[in-house]
Design a binder for this molecule. Structure first.
Ligand code: DGJ
Length: 730
C-alpha cells in the first residue's frame, strides 16, 4: 500500500496564455486540499490569480466550495492571495518579493497547472505551478497532506528561467488566509533555562511578527512554534485552533496580519533579514516547509495529531525504542579522568540504564578542554584524561553490558584551539572587526563545503575509531555574531540560508551512513528544536533547567508541539523536590539521569532502580500513547498529564503539586480522557517511595465511563506532591 504512487492530473489551463502581456484565463478553477477533517480551498480566478477561498472544517458536500466567493470590494481580493507577490497589484505584505535581472521589482503570479501525487492512502502532495506573465519566473506551491493526521506541510519552489540573475528579496514557504471574528495567538519566548514561556493574546489589526535573527541556536529567545485560536481562545477539547511551525533551524519569520477584511494572513518561512538570495539563470530555490495542523476540537486533538504525525513521518525511529542513560555532565563537569569514567560506567550498570553518556571535556591537547574557554574544534581525546583513548571506555562499557555515547559540539570553535589557528578562514567573523564571543566560542562556517566535510568527519571518525559507539549528543551553544563567511566572498546575503543548508547536508550524510544511531539535539538548553532538525534527531533537550517544578511547565508547553518520545528528560540535582518527584517528571518523556550515583543513599539507589524497571513497563504508553493535558498548572494547583495507549487498555497518569502555598492540592477528582467507557481499569498507584503514604484509591477497579465522568482523586497535597497512577484494562 505504501509504495503505491499515482499521479492525478486534475487540470491544466493552457500555459501559453500566460506568456503574453494580457493573461485571460478562460476557466475558473477550485482546488480543494483536504485532510480527514479539514479543507484548504484555493481558487484561480478568471485572470489566473490564485486565492484562498476557505480554510477550516471540511464541508460535507464538496460542491458547496463553489458557492464561496471572494469579496469583490476594491482591494479585498488581493488580501486573500494564496502566495502574495510584491510590486504589482497586491499592496499587502508579500510572500515573495524579487528583483529581476533588469532591476524591475514587480511580480505577478498566475495559475498554470496543478497535479496531485499520492504516496500512499494517507500522504499526497498537490503542486500548483504559477508563472509571471511578463518575466520568466515560476513558483510552484507544494501542499503535502497527511490526511488522517490533519497535518499539512507547505513549501514553495522558485525557478529562475530568466536570462540573468534574479534576487529573491523575500521567499516565504506559505501564505495562509483564515477567516474568523477574532484571533488569539499563543506564542513563546525564553532564554537559557527559561525556554517555552507562553503568552496568549488577541491579535489586533496590523502585523505581528515572530522571528529570529540569531542564525544558529536560533530558538533561544523565540521558537517558531505558535498556535492561533479562532473566534475565542481554544481549550483542550473545544475551539478551533491552528498550530504552525517553520521546519528550519535558522532564521525564520512568521508574520500574522489581521487585515482590513478582518481575515488573518499568515506568511511564514525563512527570515529574509540580511538574506536576499540570488538565483542564477536556471537555478531554483526550494523553501523549507511550513507545518500546520488545524482542529475544530481544541488544542488537545491538534497536539495529538501532531505527535502521531511526528512519530510516523518525521522523527527517526519514531515508533521505535529509546535508550535510558546516565550522563556525567552535572556530576563531573570538565573534571574527570579515565578512572572517574570507569566508575561512572559501573554506576550506569548499577543504576540499570542502557547507556553511559560522556559529556563535554574529553578532548583537546594543546588547548585542553578543561573549561569552556578552550579546545572546541580539537576533537582528539585529551591524553591526560583519557590515556587509552575513548575506545578503552567503549570496550569497558561493552564488557559491563552498557552502551557508550558521546557529546560533541561540532559546529563550534574556541579561539583557543588548534583549529582556530589552522583554519581562521573557517570561522564566522567579520574581517576587520573585533571578535565577539558567546560562551567564549565562535561558529564555524557551514556554508563552506570544506567545513561541512570537517564537521561530518568529526562524527564519522568517532564511529570509525570506536566501533560500538551508540549515541551522539549534538550541542550548539552559540548564536552567530558578526555574520560573515570568507567562503561566500561577495555573496554574503546567502550566508544565513547556506549555513542551515550546510548543516542539513552534514546531517543527511551522517544519517545516510548511520541511520539507526540515536542522536540528541541539544543547544545549551532548548534553543534549537524544530521539525527541520528533528528529521535527523531522535530526541531533543528541552532545557538545561531540570528543576522538576520548572520542567513541569516547560515540558507542558513543548508537549503541544512535540511528542513525549522526543523529550530528553534528565533527573539532576536541580530543584528542591524529592528524588521521586524528579523521576516522575523525567518519566514523562525519555528518562535519563545526570546525578552522582555513588552519592545516593541505598534507599534512593533502590528507588531509582525500581523506577527504571517500572519505566521499562510503562514507557511504550508514554512514548507511543495519546497525550492528554488534564490539569493545567498555570491555572490549577496541580499539573496532571495522562498517556493512553492506542488500544485504550493501558494508561499512565502523572500528577504533581505545582503550587506550594498553604492548602494547595487537587480540590476535586481528575476526570480522565481517551479511555474506553466500556472497559474496566485496575487503578494502581506506582513509583511510590517506600514508606510514603498511599492514596485511598489504590488497587480499585473502575469503569472507563466512571473514570471519565466522575474521575479519580490522586490526592495531591503537600505531603503527596507527586503521584503516578497506572491503569490497566482487566
Ligand atoms: C550545554 C548542554 O545543555 C549541557 O547539557 C552540557 O552538555 C553542556 N552544554 C556542556 O558544555
Amino acid at each position: 500500500m505504501y509504495n503505491l504512487s499515482t499521479v492525478v492530473r486534475h487540470a491544466v489551463i493552457a500555459a501559453a496564455v500566460f506568456c503574453g502581456l494580457s493573461t485571460p484565463v478562460s476557466a475558473q478553477l477550485t482546488i480543494p486540499i483536504t485532510t480527514a477533517h479539514n479543507a484548504l480551498v484555493l481558487h484561480a480566478d478568471a485572470t489566473g490569480r490564485l486565492n484562498t477561498l476557505y480554510f477550516g472544517e471540511k464541508l460535507t458536500d464538496t460542491s458547496d466550495y463553489s458557492r464561496l466567493a471572494i469579496s469583490r470590494r476594491d482591494g479585498a481580493d488581493i488580501l486573500s492571495s494564496a502566495y502574495t507577490p510584491a510590486g504589482s497589484t497586491s499592496l499587502a505584505e508579500p510572500a515573495i518579493a524579487v528583483t529581476h535581472t533588469d532591476g524591475n521589482k514587480s511580480l505577478d503570479l498566475r495559475y498554470v497547472s496543478h497535479t496531485t501525487t499520492s504516496e500512499n492512502a494517507n500522504v499526497s502532495t498537490t503542486a500548483i505551478l504559477l508563472k509571471d506573465p511578463v518575466y520568466a519566473l515560476e513558483v510552484t506551491l507544494y501542499y503535502k497532506v497527511y490526511a488522517n493526521d490533519d497535518v499539512i506541510e507547505q513549501w514553495s519552489r522558485i525557478d529562475n528561467k530568466e536570462k540573468g540573475p534574479v534576487t529573491l528579496d523575500k521567499y516565504a514557504s506559505a501564505n495562509l488566509c483564515l477567516k474568523a471574528d477574532r484571533y488569539w495567538l499563543r506564542q513563546y519566548h525564553g532564554d537559557w533555562a527559561k525556554e517555552m514561556q507562553p503568552e496568549e493574546s488577541q491579535l489586533t489589526h496590523g502585523i505581528k511578527t515572530i522571528d529570529t535573527k540569531l542564525g544558529a541556536r536560533a530558538d533561544l529567545f523565540e521558537p517558531s512554534v505558535f498556535m492561533v485560536s479562532l473566534d475565542k481562545p481554544a481549550g483542550e477539547d473545544e475551539g478551533s485552533v491552528l498550530y504552525g511551525s517553520v521546519e528550519w533551524s535558522g532564521n525564520f519569520r512568521v508574520d500574522l496580519e489581521v487585515d482590513p477584511n478582518d481575515d488573518l494572513r499568515i506568511i511564514a518561512g525563512i527570515n529574509n533579514y540580511a538574506s536576499p538570495y540570488v538565483l542564477k539563470p536556471g537555478q531554483q530555490l526550494t523553501t523549507p516547509a511550513f507545518l500546520y495542523t488545524f482542529s475544530a476540537r481544541g488544542k488537545g486533538e491538534a497536539s495529538r495529531n501532531l505527535h502521531r504525525w511526528a512519530r510516523d513521518y518525521k522523527i527517526p525511529n519514531g515508533r521505535g525504542d529509546r535508550l535510558t542513560l546516565l550522563n556525567n555532565w552535572e556530576s563531573t563537569y570538565f573534571n574527570f579522568n579515565e578512572d572517574t569514567l570507569r566508575g561512572l560506567i559501573k554506576d550506569a550498570k548499577k543504576l540499570g540504564v542502557n547507556l553511559f553518556l560522556l559529556d563535554d571535556g574529553w578532548f583537546g591537547n594543546d588547548y585542553p578542554r578543561n573549561d569552556d574557554h578552550a579546545g572546541l574544534g580539537d576533537w582528539q581525546e585529551n591524553r591526560k584524561k583519557l590515556p587509552n583513548g575513548l575506545i578503552a571506555l567503549v570496550k569497558e562499557a561493552q564488557q559491563d553490558g552498557v552502551k557508550f555515547g558521546i557529546w560533541v559540539e561540532p559546529e563550534m570553535v574556541n579561539p583557543k584551539s588548534d583549529l582556530y589557528f589552522r583554519h581562521p578562514d573557517w570561522v564566522v567573523k567579520q574581517p576587520g572587526r573585533e571578535e565577539h564571543y558567546y560562551r567564549n566560542q565562535l561558529v564555524l562556517d557551514l556554508a563552506n563545503p570544506a567545513v561541512q566535510d570537517f564537521v561530518y568527519g568529526i562524527v564519522d571518525s568517532l564511529f570509525i575509531k570506536n566501533p560500538g559507539l551508540a549515541y551522539i549528543k549534538w550541542d550548539c551553544n552559540a548564536v552567530i555574531y558578526n555574520a560573515y563567511s570568507a567562503y561566500l566572498k561577495k555573496d554574503q546575503s546567502q550566508f544565513y540560508v547556506d549555513y542551515v543548508r550546510g548543516l542539513y547536508h552534514v546531517l543527511d550524510r551522517l544519517r545516510a551512513k548511520y541511520p539507526a544511531i540515536p542522536m540528541m539535539l541539544c543547544s545549551g538548553g532548548g534553543g534549537r528544536v524544530d521539525y527541520g532538525a528533528l528529521k535527523y534527531f531522535t530526541e531533543y533537550w528541552p532545557s538545561d533547567n531540570t528543576d522538576p517544578l520548572e520542567r513541569i511547565f516547560i515540558q507542558w508547553e513543548y508537549s503541544y508541539f512535540y511528542p513525549a518520545i522526543a523529550s530528553a528528560n534528565h533527573v539532576t540535582n536541580w530543584g528542591k523536590q524529592p528524588l521521586k518527584f524528579k523521576i516522575d517528571v523525567a518519566m514523562m518523556g525519555k528518562l535519563g539521569f545526570d546525578i552522582p550515583v555513588a552519592k545516593l543513599s541505598p534507599a534512593d539507589l533502590a528507588f531509582c532502580q525500581n523506577a527504571l524497571k517500572l519505566y521499562g513497563e510503562i514507557r511504550s504508553v508514554i512514548w507511543q500513547g495519546d497525550q492528554y493535558r488534564l490539569s493545567d498548572p498555570h491555572i490549577a494547583d496541580m499539573a496532571s498529564m495522562l498517556f493512553v495507549d492506542s488500544a485504550r487498555s493501558s494508561a499512565v497518569l502523572f500528577n504533581y503539586l505545582a503550587n506550594n502555598r498553604y492548602g494547595a492540592g487537587n480540590k476535586a477528582p481528575i476526570r480522565l480522557k481517551g479511555l474506553d467507557p466500556a472497559k474496566h481499569y485496575r487503578v494502581q498507584e506506582v513509583d511510590r517511595y517506600p514508606g510514603s503514604r498511599s492514596g485511598r484509591e489504590n488497587n480499585g477497579v473502575y469503569s472507563g465511563d466512571f473514570l471519565m465522568k466522575i474521575g479519580l482523586d490522586p490526592q495531591i497535597n503537600s505531603s503527596r506532591t507527586s503521584v503516578v497512577i497506572r491503569l490497566t484494562a482487566e
